[in-house]
Write a protein that binds this ligand. Structure first.
Ligand code: DC
Length: 218
């Protein structure tokens, strides 16, 4: 069974998807982490992100693995190396949407994501899971919040990750930029699937969102 959880950055989807996966005994798959891992590699190897051919070739020769941890964040392996923290750094966040808009890159990720979905019961979080990766998913959610609330959450995330030197204004500018790129790109843009359940989490607690989702699933 596939549960698709889509929505913009900071809406809260990864937090609730992780909890839900644990409750249901499903595998949690953070597809954003895959795009982030490739972005990390491009930055480290100085591959021009604007060069679609080079980026597609890079994606084709990159191994990305997501290793679940029962009580913590997933471990992300890039060509066998743990990049779980390195993919959350501001430089990656700043460039990841430009990587994720490349059609050839998305095709590589799509194959990987569909393979994982075929092998496991999973909750997959991303932008295009319900519309493109698994349009036949049994349950779909679109998790959203107001722009201000999403900025607050992303800012808190950085503090929790001990990433210093990024102002709230910079977080807001980055989020706005990513919202625009993610929702206007040609290939699999961020969009609510017609049959997805829309949840605005702005004023809801994590427990309330999880409860709503569980009720819908059951
Ligand atoms: O969820 P996140 O912020 O870690 O995602 C990072 C970027 O990856 C985000 O800007 C959009 C992109 N992304 C995507 O295009 N498709 C997905 N299924 C997941 C993420």
């Amino acid at each position: 069974m596939i549960i698709a959880v889509d929505g913009p950055a900071g809406g809260g989807k990864s937090t609730v998807a992780k909890i839900l996966a644990k409750k249901l005994g499903f595998l949690y798959i953070d597809t954003g982490a895959m795009y982030r891992a490739l972005t990390r590699k491009a930055l480290d190897q100085r591959v021009a992100i604007g060069d679609e051919t080079a980026m597609t070739a890079l994606a084709q020769k990159t191994a990305i693995e997501l290793i679940p941890n029962p009580d913590g964040p997933i471990t992300v392996l890039l060509d066998g190396k743990d990049v779980s923290l390195a993919i959350r750094e501001p430089a990656v966040t700043q460039h990841v949407s430009d990587v994720a808009k490349i059609k050839g890159v998305r095709q590589v990720m799509l194959i990987l994501q569909r393979k994982l979905g075929a092998e496991h019961d999973c909750i997959m979080d991303g932008r295009d899971i319900g519309t493109t990766v698994f349009p036949q998913a049994q349950k779909k959610f679109f998790i959203d919040a107001t722009f201000d609330e999403r900025v607050n959450r992303r800012f808190k995330d950085l503090i929790n990750l001990n990433i210093k030197g990024v102002s709230r204004e910079e977080v807001a500018a980055d989020l706005k930029n990513r919202d625009t790129i993610d929702s206007t790109r040609e290939c699999a843009p961020l969009r609510k699937a017609e049959d997805a359940v829309y949840i605005d989490t702005t004023t809801l607690s994590i427990d309330q969102v999880v409860e709503t989702m569980l009720r819908t699933i059951r």
